[in-house]
Design a protein around this ligand. Sequence first.
Ligand code: NAD
Length: 485
Amino acid sequence: MVARTIPVDAFDLVIFGGTGDLARRKILPSLFRRMRAGQMPATARVIACARGKMTRKAFQQMIREALLEFIPRPEDRPDDLLAQFLEVLDFVALDATGEAGWAELGEKLRPDTVRAFYLSVGPALFGPIAHRLHETGLATADSRIVVEKPLGHDLPSARELNRQLSESFSEHQIYRIDHYLGKETVQNLMALRFANALFEPLWNAQHIDHVQITVSEKIGVEGRGGYYDKSGAMRDMVQNHIMQLLCLTAMEPPARFEPDAVRDEKLKVIRALDPVPIGDTVRGQYRANGTTGSYLDHVENPDSRTESYVALKVQISNWRWAGTPFYLRTGKKLRARLSEIAVMFKEVPHSIFPEVSQRRGNALIIRLQPDEGITLRMTIKDPGPGGMRLREVPLDMTFADALGDMAEEVPDAYERLVMDVIRGNQTLFMRGDEVEAAWAWTDAIIASWEDDRARPEPYDTGGSGPEEALALMHRDGRRWREIEG
Ligand code: NAD
């Protein structure tokens, strides 16, 4: 099977912060892969803007080194293609908040070419850059602007950011990236639900016992403690990534696969979320173990109450989901790096087989990482003689196995999202009202923790989170799935 790639039109992509970590590690390697796949034309131009003088040649050299580092296999980056890609790159020394560089940038942009501005800089610069783009006339009516988390710190700051962006750009020009939405499996969740007749009739409280969404990381906050301690797991993971996974799992079928139709349905889910009582939340902070420090060792404030782990029991108040809880958890320094959605179906209403211990409901596991894929847990008869013994088997659709060579061609999230920006397709991007609704819901939970003033529960590095999180499930007669990489 050969992947089908439809080339995009020529474009001018301006990356503010084009010498930063995100640009070097993700955006530019993704563009290179799209050029290799034949999707990005050699007539495209990528103009990096950053503070500090640098020649075009020096910038090209910097990106050459980044590509060697982040696309490590030489066969994945043939010399001729590398040279062709570097030719597309340009650099303008520009101060986002000053005068330097803006006129030069204007001279480099071509009329009648798709124009996109990627703000790969700190969020404090989003508003000022949007304003300058408008003021200088560099942003045309069809230009796109791309921003990425953190999109605010709470509802008031998210509103303020939306206000600033909307002064210079209309909503249809604003692309808010949540890179989880660019993952192949996440889109497959929509295909699975809405392109197959099999699941949708079962996709409700009558048949689904509960849903578990897990985003677990092995790493801690070392080196990022300053940023993370002001944020915590709730703001860093739940408000954005986990919320998006929850929405795609829980939303009603949109009438069409179109940006606003999809985003309207996601927004309805967020608005249907019940406030979460503090007793249905667990916060944790990782302890030190023999070789690595504790959370408190990795941040400046020795008394910090910021959570590096959170678990929540969430109820969605609508006809489809009333009575079926969604359990969400995310944390750092856990046993493995794992992101998955587990849809746990109810048991059969009456078992005709005597093996009571074998009676577990079906489970549909949508794995985002590692090894993107979808697994359906079924119960079958144990093969051979010896009576009617049952066993559970996975019906596995790991993309790497099922799609063969095509799996190699599956673009990573940034590849897909940047190409969607150029094509002008907002389906996989968050709308301003969605971001605000998600903040309104998370803010209330964070406020209840602040009122409570309790310390987060300690948990062991390399484990599966605090005991209290296990209890959150046990008291409902349920169990978390194992965190296994
Ligand atoms: P970074 O510090 O590595 O790079 C920042 C870039 O911005 C540099 O190129 C710098 O020259 C430029 N810059 C700073 N001030 C400027 C100014 N006044 N005018 C012009 N250019 C200026 O940061 P990063 O890690 O690349 O992150 C950029 C943004 O993306 C941040 O908002 C971050 O939160 C977000 N983000 C980063 C990652 C990641 O993996 N690095 C992931 C998700 C979101």
